[in-house]
Design a protein around this ligand. Sequence first.
Ligand code: ADP
Ligand code: MG
Length: 339
Amino acid sequence: MGQIRVLDEHIANQIAAGEVVERPASVVKELVENAIDAKSSRIDIHIGEGGLEYIRVQDNGQGIAADDCETAFYRHATSKLTDDRDLYQITSLGFRGEALPSIAAVSKVELLSSATDDGAGRRLVIEGGTLKVNEDEAAPRGTDFRVNSLFYNTPARLKYMKTVQTELGHISDVMYRMSLAHPEIAFTFRHNGNLLLQTPGTGDMLQVIAAVYGTSAAKMVLPLEGENLDYQIGGYIGRPEISKSSRNAMSIVVNGRYIRNYAVNQAILRAYHTLLPINRYPLAVLQLTMHPSLVDVNVHPSKMEVRFSKEAELMLFVEEAIRQTLRKEILIPHATKQT
Ligand code: ADP
Ligand code: MG
């Protein structure tokens, strides 16, 4: 008799959760991405105690059909990929079908969703991956997703969590970037009932920059524009005078997905070159658009890292677009400007 067995779904989900759900901010990111993929025009996020007590994401998007609600929590269940060619042309934020089963495996989840305008909806309660309730319930179109007691059944992970302030910091970072990546969506973000961020959802990125970094910072940014055969760039970059002490003030959005990318960060810094003092970073929100085949997002479960197929060309393009904007607007280099 052989000794190799296929893991049951429950254990497999717990293992996947270790990768997908690193901390409360990962849950917020996955739920907000789902709300964006559902074409919501408004998304309200409520967090309790750094996300360890509760995380609630309400959207007015397409909703989940009553018959699909349970399936949505199965491993590798997704409505976003239909055939394998789609994997090379990803246009949605999600595609792996891993978030909901992973989140549900390590928390107590309550889902209320409706995909129709007739007021009929479905409510599910899942605790530690076990379905407790699946019943009809009245709901407006959209999805209301609550995650309570995150990591209640994985004490090792819970112990690793930092203070409420640290977890809130990570969640705020996710919320800032999500709202910068989607100025067309009206976001509210509350922690312990206090409103921390509100964006108008008008599509004007400058208004989101004002909401995130303050109105005075929004007056100190320059619009970025450029395109070649492969790439298009938009967004805003800060005047050197409003440099920041953290790299976090550089946000990169590729086809509506915010990403982390060392090479793009370096291209931005090269463009500023001597305009910034040592260890200072520019405020920058880069919106890059390219054909989905030029960027591989299937690199890591969190989908935050990507691989560009023509990285060197892209970096030159980014650097040149930023340099030209700075050159046009700041005719005299900052260092020699008379005060
Ligand atoms: P993925 O996003 O990779 O498809 P998820 O596990 O995050 O996988 O979600 C599974 C499925 O549940 C999605 O493909 C989608 O059909 C549905 N879903 C999840 N959240 C929402 C939402 N807020 N609105 C509408 N549908 C949703
Ligand atoms: Mg998803």
